[in-house]
Design a protein around this ligand. Structure first.
Ligand SMILES: [Fe+2]
Length: 382
């Protein structure tokens, strides 16, 4: 845990049922022409896009819609968005969707005043100018992109997934409207909720954790552990949806200021290689990461275990207890817990761990993780 720390979030955060339909009110001050970034279907089919455009119209705004952002956005998609926003002379960005859409909108807003293409920044060049102001409107409760300063992007040719990171990428306004998640399928509810839970657990066990992120992470873990299974079963229940959205918001605030850990690092290696959705990759990879770290993070795992109501004695192996309970949890919300459930051939595991894919979250793991350790973790969960 860090004794000296900084804590950064979007300038304004609005939480509550109905808040999303007031977006025009918050956007008006940034100019007349926002780029509205949406995904392939959900925002349109659920009627949420129509509501948001209606709100913009009430304030006389003239939005340009950039639709069709795929899951795991590529550099090409971001460049297309930049081109569109530039041609239409957009002055702000609204990203309405899941984590992929938010990351794409965030990258477009961040890069646009800096250059024509995201590629050099993905390769490590710093953004030197503030981006366009952007508003995050998540339609899932889980990825946390509305709070963070990074956008996870994929270089499709190299199957390389990594973060574009800059203080200039943080949203100006984040609006969390739990009603936006009401029509999410049980599967997407589970996958994004497990992602949020893993992020909260990793924030609590991060070497960058601090007094503020600890409080946020534990409350996020408590809410998600209690209410996610119920929200998966009863998607129409407004109370369960609200509790999960709240848990996800607190999780995002925590991990945006601590960091995600080795489970996320591994998920970014495994996901693009075998086309495993991010939330599921996180869900199946956390137990072996907990087991690997259980000696060095004993007290932290004990705190989490107690927070979710697990019981143990003085000599309890808290990491093992938590890993097992978490595996049960993942099964309970209907997600897969083994790599072979995704038809991954065992012999393919050898090509996952590559030097260029080992990111910060693995290098900073509290117990040093060599490539052989990563390989062993994958074998364990095959
Ligand atoms: Fe995540």
């Amino acid at each position: 845990m860090q004794e000296s720390f900084a804590f950064r979030l979007p300038q304004e955060i609005y939480f509550g049922p109905g808040e999303g339909r007031r977006v025009g009110e918050h956007l008006e001050r940034f100019g007349k022409r926002p780029l509205v970034v949406v995904g392939q279907r959900f925002a349109r089919e659920s009627g949420i896009l129509e509501d948001v455009l209606g709100s913009l119209a009430r304030y006389g705004l003239e939005p340009v819609v950039f639709s069709g952002v795929p899951p795991e956005p590529t550099l090409e998609v971001v460049d297309e968005g930049i081109r569109m926003a530039r041609e239409a002379q957009c002055d702000s960005v609204v990203a309405l969707g899941g984590g992929s859409v938010l990351d794409c909108g965030k990258a477009v807003a961040g890069v646009l005043p800096n250059g024509e293409s995201v590629v050099p920044y993905f390769e490590g060049a710093p953004l030197t100018r503030p981006g366009l102001p952007w508003i995050a409107l998540p339609t899932t409760a889980g990825t946390g992109s509305e709070m963070t300063n990074n956008a996870v992007l994929t270089d499709a040719t190299r199957k390389l997934k990594k973060s574009l990171r800059s203080p200039f990428l943080v949203a100006r306004v984040a609006i969390i409207d739990p009603t936006f998640t009401h029509s999410l399928s049980p599967y997407r509810t589970a996958a994004s909720g497990v992602d949020a839970l893993v992020q909260a657990i990793e924030a609590y066990t991060s070497p960058r954790a601090n007094a503020v992120t600890d409080v946020l992470a534990l409350e996020a873990i408590r809410l998600l552990w209690e209410y996610l299974p119920q929200a998966v079963r009863e998607g129409e229940n407004a109370f369960f949806r609200k509790q999960v959205a709240k848990g996800s918001m607190l999780s995002a605030m925590a991990f945006a200021n601590a960091s995600s850990g080795a489970c996320h690092g591994l998920a970014h290696m495994v996901g693009p290689e075998f086309a495993i959705p991010h939330g599921e990759a996180c869900g199946l990879l956390l137990p072996p990461v907990i087991r690997f770290n259980r000696e060095v993070l004993r007290e932290r795992y004990r705190d989490i275990a107690l927070c979710v109501g697990l019981q143990g004695g003085e000599y309890e192996d808290w990491g093992e207890l938590l890993a097992r309970a978490f595996e049960d949890f993942v099964r309970r919300v209907g997600l897969r817990t083994r790599l072979r459930d995704f038809s991954v051939p065992r012999e393919a595991l050898g090509r996952v761990v590559r030097e260029e894919r080992i990111g910060r979250s693995i290098l900073e793991n509290p117990r040093p993780m060599a490539p052989e350790d990563l390989q062993a973790l994958l074998e364990e969960v095959w």
